[in-house]
Design a protein around this ligand. Structure first.
Ligand code: GAP
Length: 513
C-alpha cells in the first residue's frame, strides 16, 4: 500500500479515536459524506474560525462580518445561476453500476501522468546527485516534456469541452484515454450527463401551499442580497468587504476522501466590493493576502501552490485556487475569484431593486465589482490535522503520536495534572485550574501514570502539560512540559498565565500574516 494511503488512514482513525470527527449518525451506519465533530474537533474548528474571523474582521477596518440564513428566497438561486448551471458532469459505469464525476476521472488520469513525471525527476536527482539542476532537467528532458505536453493537452481539451457544454466530447476523451472504472477495470460507460448539486427542501405546512427551497450551496449569496443593508448601516465606502462563516450543502456525486468533499460543510467567505475596473488589482492583492494567512500557520511554504483557472465559472473574470499538499496530493483548499458585477446585477434584475452605490469621486452610481475569497473550513481542518499528526520514535526507543497544531488553534491549551490524587495535590491542582479556566480552555486529569497522561495530551495537540507534585504544595512551583520539545521546566504558579498566554495567544499567529 502506498505510504500516503497509510498516512490518510491513520488521520481518519486518529480523528475518531481522539474525539475529533465521527461519522454522522454512526449507530445507523452513518450517512455518506456527512460527519460530526466531536469534543476536540469542535474546539479546533472554533479556533480555526476565530483565526479567520479575527484576520478578516478585526484586522481590516473596512471588513465587517454577518451571519445570514441558510434558507433563502428561491429566486436567489435563479439569479445567481445555480438553478441552471451549478452542475457537475456525471457518468455511470454500466457494469459496476457506480457513478463518477466525468471530469474527475480525466483529472485523476492526468495526476497519474504527473506522478510519472515526478518519478523521472526523482530518478535523475538520484543519478546526478549534488550537480542535479532540476529546473534545467524539467525544461529539457524529452520524457518529462512529453508527459507534460500530454497532460496539458488533455486538461485543456477537458476545460474546453466543459465550457462548451460538449458532454459527448468528455465521454469521447474518457474512451480515447481508455479510462476504466478504478475499482473494477470496466470501460463500459454511459453518456455523460449534467447533475445539479443543490439540495431541495420545502417551506410551509401543507403540500399545496409549500414553497420549493434550496439549502444554500454557498454562503456568498447571503452576502450579496444584504450588500446594501450592510453598506447603508455600516456607512462604508468602496472598497469594503463583508465576511461570513456558515454551512453550505452540495449533493456531491462522488464524496470521497473523508472531510475533503462533504455534502454538508462550512465555508468562510469574504466578498470585497470594489469600483469597476479596479477588481483585478484587488484580486492579486487578495491572492497574496490569503496565501500569507495560510503560510502563517507554519505548515511549510512548499505545501501550498496557486492554481490559476483555465475554465472560469459563469460569474468570474479571473480565478485561482490555493492548493494544499494533502495526504492524497495537491488539491484545492481555497478559491479566490474576481466575480465581476455578475451577482449584484443579476439580483438587481430578478428583484427589481437597485443594488448600486454612489461614487462621489466618479460622480456616478454603479453596481460594484466583487473579489471573493472562499475557504472550506473542513478542508482547512483536514490540512492542519493531516499535516500536524506524526509518529515519533524517542531517544529511549519508545514511540509517541503527537498532533503539533499551532498552539493558538489547539483544542486544549494546557492540561492540569496532579501527580497523584492524595496528599492535597488534587486540591492544589484544582485551585490552579479554577484560577486559569477563565482565560484558557483547560483539561484536568488525575487518573493513570503521568507518562500515559502526557501521551494522551500529545495526541490531541495540547501545547502544555502542568504537573503538580509534593514540592508544589510548599514552594508554589509546578513542572510545565512543552508538547513539541518534551522539555520540562520548573516555574512559579504565578507565572503560568503569562507563559500559557505567550504560547497560545492568537496574537502570535495574527502578527505573522
Ligand atoms: N462562493 C464560491 C464558492 O463556493 P467553491 O470553489 O465552490 O466556491 C469554495 O468553494 C471552497 O469551499 C473550496 O475551496 C473548498 O475549500 C470548499 N468546498 C467546496 N465544496 C466542498 C465540499 N463538498 N466539501 C468540503 N468543502 C468544500
Amino acid at each position: 500500500m502506498a505510504k500516503q494511503e497509510d498516512v490518510f488512514k491513520k488521520v481518519i482513525s486518529h480523528a475518531k479515536e481522539y474525539g475529533f470527527i465521527f461519522p454522522s449518525s454512526e449507530i445507523y451506519d452513518g450517512l455518506s459524506a456527512v460527519y460530526d465533530y466531536g469534543q476536540n474537533g469542535a474546539e479546533l474548528k472554533n479556533n480555526i474560525k476565530q483565526y479567520w474571523w479575527k484576520a478578516m474582521v478585526q484586522l481590516n477596518e473596512n471588513i465587517v462580518g454577518i451571519d445570514s440564513a441558510i434558507l433563502m428566497h428561491p429566486t436567489t438561486w435563479k439569479a445567481s445561476g445555480h438553478v441552471d448551471a451549478f452542475n457537475d458532469p456525471l457518468i455511470d459505469n454500466k457494469d459496476s453500476k457506480k457513478r463518477f464525476r466525468a471530469d474527475v476521472l480525466v483529472e485523476d488520469y492526468c495526476l497519474k501522468i504527473e506522478e510519472k513525471e515526478k518519478k523521472e525527476i526523482e530518478k535523475a536527482a538520484k543519478r546526478f546527485g549534488e550537480s542535479f539542476d532540476k529546473d534545467q532537467f524539467v525544461a529539457t528532458n524529452p520524457k518529462v516534456l512529453e508527459y507534460k505536453t500530454k497532460r496539458e493537452a488533455i486538461l485543456s481539451r477537458l476545460a474546453r469541452s466543459l465550457e462548451n457544454e460538449d458532454l459527448a466530447d468528455v465521454k469521447a476523451l474518457i474512451e480515447e484515454l481508455e479510462i476504466a472504472d478504478p475499482d473494477t477495470g470496466s470501460k463500459n460507460w454511459t453518456e455523460v450527463r449534467q447533475f445539479n448539486l443543490m439540495f431541495g427542501t420545502k417551506l410551509g405546512a401543507s403540500a399545496d401551499s409549500a414553497m420549493d427551497l434550496y439549502l444554500r450551496p454557498e454562503t456568498a449569496q447571503g452576502i450579496f442580497v444584504n450588500f446594501l443593508n450592510v453598506q447603508k448601516t455600516s456607512r462604508h465606502k468602496l472598497p469594503f468587504g463583508i465576511a461570513q462563516i456558515g454551512k453550505a450543502f452540495r449533493n456531491e456525486i462522488v464524496a470521497r476522501q473523508f472531510i475533503f468533499r462533504m455534502r454538508e460543510f462550512e465555508q468562510m467567505e469574504m466578498q470585497f466590493f470594489v469600483a469597476p475596473g479596479t477588481e483585478l488589482e484587488f484580486y492579486e492583492q487578495w491572492k497574496q493576502k490569503r496565501l500569507n494567512w495560510h503560510l502563517a500557520l507554519g505548515l511549510g511554504d512548499d505545501n501550498y501552490r496557486f492554481h490559476d483557472h483555465e475554465k472560469l465559472a459563469h460569474y468570474a473574470n479571473a480565478a485561482a485556487d490555493i492548493e494544499f499538499n494533502f495526504p492524497f496530493g495537491f488539491k484545492e483548499l481555497e478559491g479566490i475569484h474576481s466575480r465581476t458585477d455578475f451577482d449584484l446585477k443579476a439580483h438587481e434584475e430578478f428583484s427589481g431593486r437597485k443594488l448600486q452605490i454612489f461614487d462621489p469621486e466618479r460622480n456616478e452610481n454603479y453596481v460594484p465589482y466583487v473579489v471573493e475569497t472562499s475557504v472550506g473550513l473542513d478542508r482547512l481542518f483536514l490540512a492542519l490535522f493531516s499535516h500536524c499528526l506524526r509518529d515519533e520514535t524517542l531517544e529511549d526507543g519508545s514511540e509517541r503520536t503527537v498532533l503539533s497544531l499551532p498552539p493558538a488553534l489547539a483544542p486544549i491549551k494546557a492540561a492540569i495534572l496532579p501527580l497523584m490524587k492524595k496528599d492535597g495535590l488534587a486540591e492544589y491542582a484544582e485551585q490552579i485550574f479554577n484560577d486559569l479556566k477563565y482565560d484558557f480552555n483547560l483539561f484536568y486529569e488525575e487518573k493513570d501514570a503521568i507518562g500515559k497522561r502526557y501521551r494522551r495530551q500529545d495526541a490531541i495537540g495540547t501545547p502544555y502539560c502542568i504537573t503538580i507534585d509534593h514540592d508544589s504544595l510548599t514552594n508554589h512551583t509546578v513542572t510545565i512540559r512543552d508538547r513539541d520539545t518534551m522539555q520540562q521546566e520548573r516555574v512559579p504558579v504565578s507565572e503560568l498565565r503569562r507563559i500559557i498566554d505567550e504560547k497560545t495567544s492568537f496574537r502570535n499567529l495574527l502578527a505573522k500574516i
